[in-house]
Design a protein around this ligand. Sequence first.
Ligand SMILES: CN(C)C(=N)NCCC[C@H](N)C(=O)O
Length: 305
Amino acid sequence: MTADPARTAHHGLTHRPCASHRSAAPAADREEPELNRDATPRRYLMCAPTHFRVTYSINPWMDPSKPVDLPLAQTQWEDLRDRYRSLGHTVELLTPRPDLPDMVFAANGATVIDGRVLGALFAYRERFEEAGAHRDWFRENGFAEVHEPEHVNEGEGDFAVTASYLLAGRGFRSSPLSHMEAQEFFGTPVIGLDLVDPRYYHLDTALCVLDAAADEIMYYPDAFSAGSRAVLRRLFPDALLAREADAAAFGLNSVSDGRHVLLPQGATGLLDPLRDRGFEPIPMDLGELLKGGGSVKCCTQELRG
Ligand SMILES: CN(C)C(=N)NCCC[C@H](N)C(=O)O
């Protein structure tokens, strides 16, 4: 495989001191990173895992032979919801449906920018009806413009919003045609990114927006084609690059409010790099939801504007 210069030159992290360098310093000399980031209040849409189960497999993480501990899934999900609220964010709730076991992954149901809603069209029959439940929720909750899409897109699973771009994944779920549809609808330049590893089947398993206003992201380079990696390097030269172990722990499936980064607890290698940039990482245990192939971000749809 061709070496990726951004990755090899910095031990997996671009333009920041490596975590292991910091911890090697004597305690007295160690500089504590400054927390210089501002959180902005967010509004999120979530759906309780009341009917969550793994009875089919539509991604490599789902194994129907592994039982889900539903009470534990519920507790983990409530911890996430309560954490958002304790940080000052608003959490809206979508009513779970017994026939839609993946509905807890609310990020996939739509993409909202400036109060305008681009609905989802799911790739798999098993999730098809979630899209209508989302659209109904938006209509009932005062969102005037709700677009029913023509092309397959799995909401924020494959769309990530920064100030300058709508980053759009393709390869496993969302159709490239949905990228043009989103660009037309939102009037935001879409950057299409090819996902090449089935474990990272949605963009939000491989890339996370840390500070939308500053176009600051983190991502796992190997989840993308060579051309898409080049595009990401060009547009985001200061991005935090995640290592394999943290990507495999779903570390890119995180949610940032500009200061706090709620991330799956197994992604320990991201903690120091995030702190070095002035973020406050908050590890969350969503182990039961991981059995469905999702974590923090998958459970969280952001209602922008
Ligand atoms: C962002 N990710 C990864 C998500 N936003 N969603 C998780 C979807 C999981 C579901 N079983 C599926 O395979 O569709």
